[in-house]
Design a protein around this ligand. Structure first.
Ligand code: FES
Length: 181
């Protein structure tokens, strides 16, 4: 039968018999040489594998978002230039019904469109083309009309942009950019 004390205590550093060792060695019987240390090589391997996994993950996310963007370019006719004066705006749903966006005609053959939902707390923004901005009346937020970037007020993120194509006399929405995934 084995001695429970000598089973627990490993190599007393002072060479005394296990029975003479202080009480704490019975509570902490593991010697330094048998502890499981993570070697530098193991740590480096772990870091390399973690980094590789991170990079692969980023590529995967980028590929998915590219694929989704390509898939979501159906080309929806949203206006006829003849029906919308320069400086005028209209609301349309894109890319799905119920997802309100706002189109503003900014020139003879130029227009911009963004999600109508304010990036602060989702109130609908209104176009103020003469002031070069979209205005959110809820908390007095403002976005640049040309870029959708926040100008003032609580919003910190830009309005997601609708990519447009003008073909002949018709304006098409062809993709959504900058949507939170
Ligand atoms: S919801 Fe638009 S500024 Fe707050």
């Amino acid at each position: 039968m084995s001695d429970p004390v000598s089973d627990q205590i490993t190599r007393p550093p002072d060479g005394r018999a296990p029975e003479e060792q202080p009480r704490w060695r019975q509570d902490f019987p593991i010697d330094q040489h048998v502890e499981q240390y993570v070697t530098r090589r193991e740590f480096t391997k772990f870091m390399v594998l973690t980094s590789v996994a991170f990079v692969v993950g980023q590529f995967w996310i980028a590929a998915q978002s590219l694929l989704r963007r390509k898939e979501s370019a159906p080309g929806l006719e949203i206006a006829r230039l003849a029906d919308l004066p320069v400086g005028g705006s209209l609301i349309f749903d894109y890319p799905e019904p119920g997802q309100a966006c706002i189109l503003v005609r900014t020139g003879e053959r130029e227009a911009v469109a963004f999600s109508q939902l304010c990036t602060h707390l989702s109130c609908p923004v209104i176009a103020q083309a003469d002031q070069g901005r979209f205005h959110c009346p809820c908390h007095n937020g403002n976005f640049d009309l040309a870029t959708g970037q926040p100008l003032s007020g609580p919003p910190r993120r830009p309005l997601p942009r609708v990519r447009l194509e003008i073909r002949g006399e018709h304006v098409y929405a062809v993709a959504m950019e900058g949507m939170a995934v």
